[in-house]
Design a protein around this ligand. Structure first.
Ligand code: HEM
Length: 224
């Protein structure tokens, strides 16, 4: 009798950890993404900068996709963050969805690429860098499933996903071209308000890129 009771208590206390389902991971990431979007929307509205919806969508896209890339470095250097690595794909894909929303809201800027005048005046770079980045992110989104991973083989699959860093550099150029004038004015006016989100998100992109360089150097050092 005592043995049965003991076994029952043991069973009750044992939590058999099953990994969360894909749908749970997507829902959690979506809620996180929407919270970030809400935060960015509130901040940009508070700064009374126009075009809040488009800007918040663009910045959320960068934040989520950047966080997805940042996770490999963070989890390598600090084991405490290891449980978060399972969100990598979901962060990337939900961030990509925000990127599509930004693209849809910037359709007129995209259309400017179809005008000869844009190219003649050399005004194509902001939209062109954004478009190239979006193309890379689209390829990444298309291959981010286990079937394509098996088809490509681990080595090539990882290589394709690494092009995300090139896309991030293109986005950084895109934002600097569009926003650096505003940043300068803000700086010259004595930085009376809090910085715009575009400046903060650009610093974040630099952190993501630097973290990848740090990881690459560390892996190289270990190989020697
Ligand atoms: C063809 C592709 C793209 C076009 C035509 C485009 C167009 C634009 C335009 C017109 C703005 C200025 C918006 C404003 O000031 O209200 C902007 C800003 C921005 N774009 Fe893009 N974009 C493209 C792709 C991308 C991609 C792929 C990303 C990254 C996921 C991105 C991230 C950003 C960011 C972070 C800003 C600054 C938002 C802010 O001011 O806070 N863009 N883009």
């Amino acid at each position: 009798m005592q043995y049965i009771l003991h076994t029952k208590i043991m069973l009750k206390n044992t939590t058999i950890k099953t990994p969360p389902s894909e749908i749970t991971l997507y829902i959690k990431t979506l809620l996180f993404g929407l919270s970030i979007f809400g935060l960015f929307y509130g901040y940009t509205s508070w700064l009374a900068i126009p075009g809040v919806l488009n800007k918040s969508a663009a910045d959320t896209a960068v934040f989520l996709m950047g966080a997805s890339m940042l996770l490999s470095g963070i989890c390598y250097f600090w084991n405490i963050f290891d449980p978060l690595i399972r969100f990598r794909k979901h962060l990337g894909l939900i961030g990509f969805a925000f990127g599509i929303a930004h693209l849809a809201l910037s359709f007129s800027a995209l259309q400017s690429l179809l005008k000869v005048e844009t190219w003649q005046k050399g005004l194509m770079w902001p939209a062109l860098t954004g478009l190239l980045a979006m193309m890379i992110f689209t390829v990444m989104a298309l291959v981010s499933n286990s079937r394509t991973a098996r088809l490509l083989g681990g080595k090539w699959w990882r290589r394709v996903l690494r092009t995300g860093y090139l896309a991030l550099i293109l986005v950084l150029v895109h934002v600097v071209l569009l926003k650096s004038g505003r940043w300068m004015t803000w700086y010259q006016n004595g930085m009376e308000t809090l910085p715009s989100l575009s400046l903060l998100i650009s610093i974040f992109m630099m952190v993501v890129i630097l973290m990848r360089v740090a990881l690459w150097l560390e892996l190289k050092r270990k190989q020697q």
